[in-house]
Structures are given as C-alpha cells and as structure tokens.
Ligand binder design. Sequence first.
Ligand SMILES: [Zn+2]
Length: 54
Amino acid sequence: MTKQIVCADAGMDCSFVVQSESEDELVEMVTLHGEHQHDVEMEKNDIRDLIKPA
Ligand SMILES: [Zn+2]
C-alpha cells in the first residue's frame, strides 16, 4: 500500500508531498526536505505520525 506525507500537515506553508510504500523512505525524505527547505530538524517519531494512506 502506498503511503504519503504532506508537508502542510506538519504546519508548513508548503506543497511538498512525498509518496512511497516504505515508511522508512518517507521519513528519510521528509527529514532531508525539512532540513533543506525549512531549516528544521524533525523528530523521526513526529514524522511517522504524519504518515497517511495515499
Ligand atoms: Zn515543506
């Protein structure tokens, strides 16, 4: 099953959406996105809470 994380769900004014079947991959990509685009370090547990079915 494909899952997704929507950056706006983290409270960002941002249209970034990432989809993957791997939760680890989602967390990794959002971690990098947060650091590069928003200059924030997000907790992996917080990122996992944002995972939803795509
Ligand atoms: Zn973003």
